[in-house]
Design a protein around this ligand. Structure first.
Ligand SMILES: Cc1cc2nc3c(=O)[nH]c(=O)nc-3n(C[C@H](O)[C@H](O)[C@H](O)COP(=O)(O)OP(=O)(O)OC[C@H]3O[C@@H](n4cnc5c(N)ncnc54)[C@H](O)[C@@H]3O)c2cc1C
Ligand code: FES
Length: 242
């Protein structure tokens, strides 16, 4: 049973309680206010200071009274979020979307790069599930400190070479990694990303074609079944070939 998409949804202006580097990324903690942390794999829309449009961020950790987000500063919005410091304020809306199903017998968490962001909260909720993480460099692999005990591989070794496909895979990472996981395990749960402007179904900016149907990823995702992602690949490959 997937978690409900609108459970506990609220928007609040929250104070930053702390921020610091985790490898090349930045972990930003905010006071939780009355926001519900939601389920692992759900996301929040954070409005960077000086910007109109919010940016989607997975919940990374839910310490008591706080929400924490792991931010990869890849553009203007994420750089502004990564520059937040203690005492700054930020608008936060959430929790949004569908997260991971937690009713799995033999979980294995699989993360790649900034895709490790939702895994600390997922690991905390699942207990002592094994974890395998892939990074493009030793510098990026420093972020594995958020997941003590995880098996780590660094390019050119791929995370898919290190995983046990007989387990229940819960994955987040770059698109090629998720496609590879889905090919190995079509029933895997994979967190699929698309650019999002609203996060709650109003703008249709996140529409993807899955199995011949147009779906809003902010409502029907970001967590999908592997076979749904393979259907999306098939459509885009046909479009590219046309
Ligand atoms: C559900 C969800 C959860 C996410 N969780 C996190 C998280 O926990 N931590 C984190 O650092 N990032 C996360 N992201 C990605 C993050 O939202 C984008 O990197 C951010 O919106 C980019 O904004 P920007 O203004 O910094 O960059 P822009 O200037 O808008 O773009 C910079 C570059 O990133 C690319 N980009 C923008 N949005 C996306 C996207 N959604 N997916 C892939 N590439 C994108 C652009 O094409 C461009 O190349 C998540 C995205 C989604 C959809
Ligand atoms: S982000 Fe607006 S409809 Fe999905």
């Amino acid at each position: 049973m997937r978690c409900p998409s609108r459970s506990g949804l609220r928007r609040e202006r929250l104070s930053v309680t702390g921020a610091g580097p985790v490898g090349p990324y930045r972990l930003v903690r905010v006071g939780r206010g009355d926001l519900d942390p939601g389920e692992p794999g759900q996301f929040f829309m954070l409005t960077p200071p000086g910007h109109v449009l919010p940016r989607p961020m997975s919940l990374c950790l839910a310490p008591p009274g706080e929400l924490a987000f792991l931010i990869d500063p890849v553009g203007k919005g994420t750089r502004a979020l990564a520059a937040l410091g203690e005492g700054d304020e930020v608008d936060v809306l959430g929790p949004l979307g569908r997260g991971y199903r937690l009713d799995v017998g033999r979980p294995l968490l699989v993360g790649g790069g900034i895709g490790i962001a939702p895994l600390p909260y997922l690991a905390a909720r699942l207990g002592d599930a094994p974890i395998v993480l892939g990074f493009r460099s030793e510098r990026h692999a420093k972020a594995a400190a958020l997941l003590p005990g995880a098996q780590i591989v660094v390019d050119p070794v791929l995370v898919t070479e290190a995983l046990d496909p007989s387990r229940d895979l819960l994955a987040c990472g770059p698109e090629p990694m998720l496609r590879a996981v889905a090919r190995i395990a079509p029933e895997a749960q994979v967190a699929w990303e698309a650019p999002m402007a609203c996060g709650f179904g109003a703008c249709y900016g996140c529409v993807v074609e899955l199995g011949g149907h147009l779906r809003r990823l902010c409502l029907d995702g970001p967590v999908l079944a592997g076979h749904e992602v393979l259907a999306a690949s098939d459509v885009s490959e046909r479009a590219a070939a046309a």
